[in-house]
Design a protein around this ligand. Structure first.
Ligand SMILES: *[C@@H]1O[C@H](CO)[C@@H](O)[C@H](O)[C@H]1NC(C)=O
Ligand SMILES: *[C@@H]1O[C@H](CO)[C@@H](O)[C@H](O)[C@H]1NC(C)=O
Ligand SMILES: *[C@@H]1O[C@H](CO)[C@@H](O)[C@H](O)[C@H]1NC(C)=O
Ligand SMILES: *[C@@H]1O[C@H](CO)[C@@H](O)[C@H](O)[C@H]1NC(C)=O
Ligand SMILES: [Zn+2]
Length: 485
């Protein structure tokens, strides 16, 4: 009899508990507004040491007022779309599948240029989510200004605000560069965007056209430096100095192309019969190439090319060095080639006019690029050791208070750039911990109160029952008070 009474009390208690827990966890966690905003800027093809033979007062000042890494190592293949997508997703290229600037189809033999791919979701959306989408799903407002991949949809979801570069977009109009900064500042202040990525096509364009060791390149670096000066002014003008973190980085470096008569150029037709053995090829695109052999031709093709040229490295897909984290993706063709620094991989003709190029091994210093950062959450005058660009992703997630997707980076590499008090600041992750603690505390007191009430009711009922037993009453009344809670 006594146990029936206790069961009833417990029953009411266990009915209430989930409701209480539900209430506590549905309660919005404060802190969203306490994370600072983040601007990621990429200047395409900015080699790590481009600021060392030209005056860059603004970049120098930022090194004093923020963080500068000695250099940054991009992923292999050191190419624009693949590298940018690693930065925005924290995944190796063989995972995210954007393996080249060109989209291609080995059946139709179509190749789509870098700019044509920008709105082609099927090239970008391979199951790995870029940070824009992850942040949006967690309540942040995000935008992309010309950043590679920003114009595609991921699992059906577009970036909230996305501007895609037009075909005729000029790469080096300084006035337009400043206007773009003003637009982005207004997104932050007037429309309360939390995360914006901004892309510039220089100094890559000038590096290709004139070569990295030229006056033209030094001139464009000075233009970039003035633009960074303008950015700092714009941040002050919009009162964002204490609310906006900025990361300035790039996707790869640049090296001077080696040409005859100085060197023997690589020309594949000298070693293989293209029409007999190759079904489809990606060559004539800097220092990296891939071949799809015709059926039964793979071994012959590989043997013919393996030792063909002293500066050409040839691999079967399954033997491509692990350290590149490149070859596992299904889009990668069965035979891969990369050339030593400065050598172009030409197919059937030498029709190459670039003076500078990239796409080479990411251990080469000429392929290394830049990392700079400043803002309220970054240390001042901090020189960071070199690191891989894959680690930028967890840093950005941390700054935005966004839970990352599975990724290949490590926050341990980049966390030291943040102010020592970062995790103690109200508004940082502590705010969430505090909120959770409060929730837990509230829950504990409610639970305690309920327990007391429950025990009380059991005792009360027991006494009452004894009385009533004596009075020969049945025991249906029970601890009603609890149900009114
Ligand atoms: C540069 O951009 C500005 C602003 O968009 C425009 O007014 C100007 O005509 C452009 N200059 C050139 C040379 O295209
Ligand atoms: C050959 O090398 C010399 C010395 O490095 C350089 O000045 C010249 O521009 C090179 N020529 C070509 C065609 O690359
Ligand atoms: C190879 O095929 C292309 C077109 O498919 C043709 O234009 C070219 O002449 C062929 N080359 C040889 C060496 O047969
Ligand atoms: C990269 O991360 C993904 C997701 O966690 C994982 O599946 C993959 O094995 C990682 N790659 C490497 C080389 O560690
Ligand atoms: Zn690039």
């Amino acid at each position: 009899m006594c146990s029936a009474r206790s069961m009833m009390g417990l029953g009411v208690f266990s009915l209430l508990l989930p409701i209480l827990v539900g209430l506590a966890s549905c309660h919005p966690i404060p802190g969203r507004k306490n994370f600072n905003k983040l601007l990621l800027i990429s200047f395409d093809g900015f080699r790590w040491n481009y600021d060392q033979d030209v005056d860059t007062p603004n970049m120098d000042r930022l090194a004093q007022e923020g963080v500068k890494a000695k250099y940054l190592t991009p992923p292999f293949v050191t190419m624009t779309s693949p590298s940018h997508f690693t930065t925005i997703s924290g995944r190796w290229i063989e995972d995210h599948g954007v393996i080249h600037n060109m989209m291609f189809n080995t059946e139709t033999r179509w190749k789509y240029s870098f700019k044509t791919t920008q709105k082609k979701t099927e090239w970008w959306d391979n199951g790995v989510l870029p940070l824009w989408i992850t942040a949006q799903r967690q309540g942040r407002k995000t935008a992309s200004f010309h950043y590679p991949g920003g114009g595609a949809k991921y699992k059906g979801e577009a970036v909230q605000r996305s501007l895609v570069e037009s075909y005729t977009h000029p790469d080096s109009n300084e006035t337009e560069w400043r206007e773009n900064i003003d637009i982005v500042m207004n997104w932050f202040t007037k429309e309360d965007f939390d995360f914006v990525t901004l892309y510039y096509g220089e100094p890559d364009n000038v590096g290709h056209k004139f070569g990295p060791e030229t006056e033209n390149r030094r001139v464009i670096i000075q233009q970039i430096d003035r633009t960074i000066g303008y950015l700092v002014e714009a941040i002050e003008r919009h009162s964002l100095t204490n609310h906006l973190n900025v990361i300035i980085t790039s996707d790869h470096g640049m090296t001077t192309v080696k040409k005859k008569p100085n060197v023997t150029e690589i020309l594949l037709i000298d070693y293989i019969k293209f029409n007999d053995s190759v079904k489809f090829d990606i060559v004539d695109y800097g220092g990296f190439g891939m071949l799809l052999p015709k059926p039964g031709q793979e071994e012959a093709l590989y043997q013919a090319l393996k030792n063909a040229h002293p500066h050409l490295n040839v691999y079967k897909k399954e033997e491509f060095p692990e350290r590149f984290h490149f070859a596992k993706h299904k889009r990668v063709l069965p035979i891969l080639m990369y050339a030593d620094s400065g050598y172009n991989i030409n197919g059937q003709f030498i029709m190459y006019f670039n003076k500078g190029d990239h796409g080479f091994d990411n251990v080469l210093m000429d392929m290394k690029t830049i990392f700079r950062a400043f803002g309220p959450d970054f240390k001042k005058n901090h020189l960071a050791e070199p690191f891989d660009s894959i680690h930028i992703y967890p840093l950005m997630c941390k700054l935005l208070g966004v839970t990352p997707e599975p990724h290949n980076g490590s926050l341990a590499v980049t966390q030291e750039m943040l102010v020592d008090s970062y995790d103690q600041q109200p508004g940082a992750e502590t705010q969430r911990t505090l909120a959770l603690q409060k929730t837990a505390l509230g829950l504990a007191s409610v639970t305690g109160f309920l327990a007391v009430l429950f025990v009380g009711s059991v005792i009360y009922t027991a006494i009452h029952r004894k009385k009533k037993q004596r009075a020969d009453q049945n025991s249906k009344s029970g601890p009603i008070r609890l149900t009114q809670f």
